[in-house]
Structures are given as structure tokens and as C-alpha cells.
Design a protein around this ligand. Structure first.
Ligand SMILES: [Zn+2]
Length: 279
């Protein structure tokens, strides 16, 4: 699943390609991709003639601010991909939504697993009121108020493994399996450590590590894992700099110990038992 760096990479590209452009019309190939409005025809009517003013990101959600004070929300989920392409590009069997612009250009939503969703938030309504997932999101990792006190407060009643807490979007917005493993490695924390047993200094280093791995991910244009591509079809290359993710059995880049893998909350978790001892 695309995580914060991948979604941010897409946001930046969308911002460059589609800002100040007018939507001519749209076409829905799979109705259930439209989470709101419930009548898909209203989705098309709402987009028609609108200009895209800017693209924002909140957690893993993309939010386009449209003229007339309305919003287009997108969540890529497992396999959703937005492509900025020429309208003549043959459609794929997984093409779900097509949004048409002038000069034969198109924003196309392909999604193999069909968990991806789009919302058209009507004029004058806050996106949080329609997109309930946005309402529940925890703090953005790059928010200046994201610090050890915030984490301590969020985790103080939780004895679940810290890895599970990092994946919880109501705790921190935007982290998924890859960057959770990477940030725990960089902060030297064993993924099974109970969330409410982390010390102040562990939480402080976790905050720094989260920001570092996410920044690195954005710098590399996202990851190649989960077959992520940018809107032009380009792959990211974070894989080459991963510390532990999908490196089971390989030597740790810091201590040369062997990277281990366990399952936590149903997700594969990669870590170095030497660098991340059980505290
Ligand atoms: Zn190590």
C-alpha cells in the first residue's frame, strides 16, 4: 500500500500537472469506486467545469481543492494508481475512473483490487465531514507539534506492540508497514516493545527516525515495493536504501547481524535483533 512518501510524491506530480486546469467531464467505469455522492451521476456533474486550484495531502489521502469551494478526495488503498496521460492511451482492464481535461489530456484512476475510493465533497462542506477516515487521522509526522509528548500521550494507555501503534492512522497519519519497520530500526527499538513502556529518550529518537525515513522516502520518489508508480508511470527507488524492510536473512547495514522477520498484527515485521534488543 502506498504510504506517506508515495502519496506525497503523487501529490507533488499532480500539483505540477493539473493545477489551474479545468475539468471538461468525467466517466465512471466502476461505480463503487465513488464513495460519495451516492448517486454517481452527481459526481460527474460536480466535477464538470471545475478548475483544480491545488492538491493537498492528509495522511494517505489526496485532496484536490476545486473552484467553487468543492473538493475531490482520493485514497489509493492497496493498488490504486493515478495516471496523467493522453486520452488516446488504451484503457486498462483495471481502469475505474477517467477525468478529462483540455488538449486531450486525462487523469485516469486504475485499480486492480478495487479498494481505492474517490469522494466529491460539495461546495462549502469541509472534507472531514464527508470523508470519515480523514476526521479520525492522528497528527502529521511533519507537524511541528509532533513530538515525544504527543506520542507519550497517545500511547500511554496502550500495551500493544509499538509496531502496531505506528500502523494505527489515528495515532500518526501516513505510516505503513515499510516506514514503520525502518523507523523502529533507526531508533533502535524492538518492534514488540509495549507502546506504553517506551522511555522519553526512545520516543524522542522515534520521532526523529520517523521524520528521517519519511524524508528519505520522499527524496527517492517513494518506494518500488507494492508496485507503486508515480503519475507518469515512474517507479520510486527507496528500495535501494532500505535498512531492514524485506531484507530478511541479509546482514544488518550497521552491525552485520542477520535481519529477522516476525509477524505482528498480521503484518511481516523486519528488524535487527542486535540493534533493536528487547528492552
Ligand atoms: Zn544491526
Amino acid at each position: 500500500m502506498p504510504e506517506l512518501p508515495e502519496v506525497e510524491t503523487v501529490r507533488r506530480s499532480l500539483h505540477e500537472s493539473t493545477c489551474d486546469r479545468q475539468i471538461i467531464s468525467s466517466e465512471i467505469l466502476l461505480e463503487r469506486t465513488i464513495a460519495y455522492p451516492h448517486n454517481p451521476e452527481e459526481f460527474n456533474l460536480g466535477l464538470k467545469g471545475k478548475r483544480i486550484l491545488s492538491w493537498h495531502r492528509r495522511g494517505k489521502y489526496l485532496l484536490a481543492e476545486l473552484s467553487n469551494d468543492s473538493w475531490l478526495g482520493v485514497h489509493l488503498r492497496m493498488t490504486g494508481k493515478l495516471l496523467w496521460c493522453d486520452r488516446s492511451l488504451p484503457i486498462h482492464t483495471h481502469t475505474r475512473i477517467r477525468i478529462y481535461f483540455a488538449n486531450q489530456q486525462e487523469l485516469r484512476f486504475n485499480d486492480q483490487r478495487t479498494f481505492g475510493q474517490m469522494w466529491l465533497v460539495p461546495s462549502g462542506i469541509n472534507p472531514e465531514e464527508i470523508i470519515s477516515g480523514v476526521q479520525k487521522l492522528g497528527m502529521e509526522p511533519f507537524d511541528p507539534n509532533f513530538n515525544y509528548e504527543y506520542l507519550q500521550n497517545k500511547l500511554r494507555k496502550s500495551d500493544r506492540p509499538i509496531k502496531n501503534s505506528l500502523l494505527d492512522q489515528t495515532v500518526i497519519a501516513g505510516i505503513g508497514n515499510i516506514y514503520a519497520d525502518e523507523s523502529l530500526f533507526l531508533s533502535g527499538i524492538h518492534p514488540q516493545t509495549k507502546s506504553n513502556q517506551l522511555t522519553k529518550s526512545q520516543l524522542e529518537s522515534l520521532v526523529q527516525a520517523i521524520r528521517r525515513v519519511l524524508s528519505d522516502g520522499i527524496t527517492h520518489g517513494g518506494t518500488t515495493f507494492s508496485d507503486f508508480v508515480d503519475i507518469g508511470g515512474d517507479k520510486g527507488n527507496y528500495i535501494h536504501s532500505a535498512w531492514v524492510f524485506r531484507r530478511t536473512g541479509q546482514p544488518c547495514k550497521v552491525c552485520s547481524g542477520v535481519i529477522a522477520r516476525i509477524k505482528l498484527g498480521g503484518r511481516s515485521t523486519h528488524f535487527c535483533p542486535k540493534c533493536q534488543p528487547i528492552s
